[in-house]
Design a protein around this ligand. Sequence first.
Ligand code: DC
Length: 215
Amino acid sequence: MKQPIVIAIDGTSASGKSTNARLVARALGFVYVDTGAMYRTLSWYCLKKGVDVHNPRAVASACRRWKTSLECVDQRVRLLVDGYYPEQEIRSEETSAAVSHVAAVPKVREWMKRTQRECVKFGNLVMEGRDIGTNVFPETDHKFYLDACLHERTKRRHADGIKEDLASRDHRDSQRATAPLMIALGAKVINNSQMTSAQTSGLIIEEMRRRLGLS
Ligand code: DC
């Protein structure tokens, strides 16, 4: 059986991963997976259950116990908790502030990697995150790394109505011991500070069409 194709898109916070990954997935007819949303879901679950997100053992234990399932709706993968999809809740300021602590717990990362690899059951994937090319699908040949200057990224988050200390979240994401944010070997790096999402996604789509012999 032919192996599903995985396009890994990693990068800093607000570097346009989600927008571009969605555009690439739509153009190529692939399934879109937002792995940040999975970490956010666990973060939301911990806050809801009163689990101290600064206590790695408590977070690991919550991750061992929670009851989840994956589903694919409109070519997008969703992580459900007790059958519920917390789409809006995981974008709150509180969840955003807690998520990189939750994401630093090694047992959580093991669980996420296992669950994210399972997504190939839905078909060819565009998966975005921080460690997809380095850790979740290191074997894929299709790796992209997005970045933009801090000023530009902060402006983008503000335009979305979100106030966030991106510099400290990036610092925590790239300094953690397990699967830190870094550029995967062989990844194509795109700094899109001066680019629109149509231009950024256009580069990736064109490159992938060429690689897949579609153009
Ligand atoms: O992309 P995002 O802002 O929704 O990600 C939320 C957090 O999850 C971010 O602080 C880093 C973490 N994350 C991660 O560690 N590994 C991933 N593959 C995806 C996200």
